[in-house]
Ligand binder design. Structure first.
Ligand SMILES: Cc1cc2nc3c(=O)[nH]c(=O)nc-3n(C[C@H](O)[C@H](O)[C@H](O)COP(=O)(O)O)c2cc1C
Length: 322
């Protein structure tokens, strides 16, 4: 039987995924992106260690972070980070049983200091024996299709070396952030990687990095030959980019369209997580307005929002009554 990645690939259209973003790809944002046509949506990365140490008495909130609504989201993938195979074994089993997502993913790309220090994220990509042990632990404890997210290179290990060393494992998909660890979050994307790994990597290949509009999406697909795309920061400011790519046409959002979308997002968040969640949403609101005229003035007010009433008042000043 085909796994969901293979089924998506069989449609012969590019697979468009919302890439994982800690602090952003929560249930509300995943639902927004799914409504614009995202095929696959990744959760915020979750700590395998936190899941390992959680039990019925000591729920440290990680399970809560992973909740989802099947009817309103695309194919849902939970990403785990960590460095200990035994943590991944327990985490994979727990998430598979209790959360029941469509797929599991392992983070091999995070450059953040506190993640690297624990041998996780991009540091794990440099440790081939441990990376293999972690992948095998997940495969042994879950029947869900497993994907991995890697960088173009981490230290002396390139995406090609890394995937070649794992070629015997049944990895269903890879999302390649086409920048090396030393590049961080800016600079050129290495589109040539996809063709280099095709001969030995049999799963679905998504390319990620720098996709901010229809033009860069078309370019990434054409230059890489990937099966699809992972959208990250581009989706934060323009969630409708999924629809633009799916329909292959530019969609112009007016000030009113953007404000209506922001209001919809904020209302959904309050419905799902309560009004306190608007404090986290402040940073997200800044992404929406960055390209709007008068953005800095609007931003300075949005970063003070605490309630839906605050938001309504701001939008009223711009002539929009919700
Ligand atoms: C705020 C933020 C949080 C992120 N969190 C994660 C994460 O949890 N897991 C992960 O694999 N990548 C994470 N990433 C990396 C993105 O998924 C993506 O690979 C990167 O931003 C490059 O894509 P872009 O140029 O389209 O933004 C994060 C990126 C940002 C900006």
């Amino acid at each position: 039987m085909l796994n969901f990645w293979e089924k998506l690939k069989a449609k012969a259209e590019p697979i468009i995924a919302l890439a994982p973003m800690a602090g952003f790809t929560d249930m509300a944002f995943r639902q927004i992106c799914s409504s614009y046509g995202a095929d696959v949506v990744y959760a915020e990365m979750a700590s395998a260690a936190a899941l390992f140490y959680a039990d019925d008495k000591n729920d440290n909130g990680t399970m809560d972070l992973l909740k989802w609504e099947a009817k309103k989201e695309g194919k849902y993938v939970v990403q785990l980070f960590g460095s200990q195979p035994e943590h991944f074994a327990t985490a994979a089993r727990l998430v598979t049983e209790k959360i029941q997502p469509h797929g599991l993913d392992i983070n091999f790309g995070c450059p953040v200091g506190k993640i690297i220090k624990q041998g996780a994220g991009a540091d794990l990509m440099q440790n081939l024996p441990r990376a293999r042990a972690v992948i095998e632990a997940v495969l042994a404890n879950s029947s869900l299709p497993l994907s991995i997210k890697i960088r173009a290179a981490s230290g002396s290990v390139s995406a090609v070396n890394f995937l070649e060393s794992l070629a015997d494992l049944p990895i269903a998909a890879v999302m390649i952030h086409g920048r090396s660890l030393s590049q961080g979050f800016s600079g050129e994307i290495d589109f040539s990687l996809v063709n280099k790994i095709r001969p030995f990597f049999k799963g679905v290949i998504l390319i990620n990095g720098g996709i901010v509009d229809l033009n860069s999406a078309q370019q990434a697909l054409a230059l890489s030959g990937a099966d699809g795309l992972g959208l990250a920061r581009g989706a934060l400011s323009r969630p409708w980019l999924f629809q633009e790519i799916k329909e292959n046409k530019k969609i112009i959002y007016s000030l009113e369209d953007v404000i209506t979308l922001m209001y919809r997002h904020a209302s959904l968040l309050v419905e799902l997580k309560g009004e306190a969640a608007l404090l986290e949403w402040r940073k997200q609101s800044c992404w929406y307005v960055q390209a709007l005229p008068g953005a800095s003035q609007l931003r300075s007010r949005l970063v003070q929002v605490s309630t839906i009433a605050d938001l309504k008042n701001i939008f009223l000043d711009y002539g929009f009554n919700y």
